[in-house]
Write a protein that binds this ligand. Structure first.
Ligand code: SF4
Ligand code: SF4
Length: 90
């Protein structure tokens, strides 16, 4: 099963007024590796015209990006109660 198909099985209750993960654009701008784009299983980090685009709304809350970014750009917190990803099938 492709990752896109697996992600389509998830439910989200998006918290539109709070981003549980944020990045620092000034740090990303000079990033030499963009490792987050390879590490995130939900493809929340993408490169568009050489710039990082980040979407916290698609996050599956695995925590990988907080470890994968070794440049201090990622600030990671838990989602607020009852918000975020819902795993329907375990
Ligand atoms: S989040 Fe980290 S790894 Fe990703 S582009 Fe920014 S500085 Fe680079
Ligand atoms: S916590 Fe996991 S799914 Fe969420 S943005 Fe980071 S790497 Fe992607």
């Amino acid at each position: 099963m492709k990752i896109e198909d697996r992600l389509a099985l998830l439910n989200y209750k998006t918290d539109k007024s709070y981003a549980h993960i944020t990045i620092k654009p000034d740090i990303c701008e000079t990033c030499p590796d963009h490792f987050c784009t390879f590490a995130c299983p939900a493809r929340c980090y993408t490169l568009i015209d050489g710039k990082i685009n980040f979407k916290y709304e698609d996050c599956v809350e695995c925590g990988t990006c907080s470890v994968a970014c070794s440049h201090g750009s990622v600030t990671w917190t838990n989602t607020r109660g009852g918000r975020g990803v819902k795993y329907k099938y375990g």
